[in-house]
Write a protein that binds this ligand. Structure first.
Ligand SMILES: [Zn+2]
Length: 107
């Protein structure tokens, strides 16, 4: 079972307390963007086997959103941080690179 640490209330929550919100750090293009850019924002999502950044909501806890960096194949969690963060914190990136030296960065 997947267990994630909520960075807001500090609870170690299992997946039955959480709601998945899909891929994190999506870039929304503004006015004047192309149809292809808007289509990619609306529909194209990464589905990696390995390191992935996902939005999660602590639905049956504090109700707040956060982002988890985890491995989709092993459920190994590299860290969690508040959803208001626009880029993964440096300590999360360092943790991933320490454990997965062949990781090439975010999708
Ligand atoms: Zn919480």
């Amino acid at each position: 079972m997947l267990t994630l640490h909520c960075p807001h209330c500090g609870v170690q929550a299992d997946e039955t307390e959480l709601t998945n919100g899909g891929q994190a750090h999506l870039k929304r293009f503004g006015p004047g963007s192309s149809d292809a850019e808007f289509e990619a924002y609306m529909f194209a999502r990464a589905n990696p086997k390995g390191v992935h950044f996902e939005r999660w909501r602590h639905s049956y806890g504090c109700g707040k959103w956060f982002i988890a960096a985890r491995c989709t194949a092993t459920l190994e969690v590299f860290g969690t941080y508040p959803a208001q963060t626009t880029e993964p914190p440096a300590h999360i990136i360092d943790t991933i690179k320490d454990r997965r030296p062949d990781w090439e960065g975010r999708e």
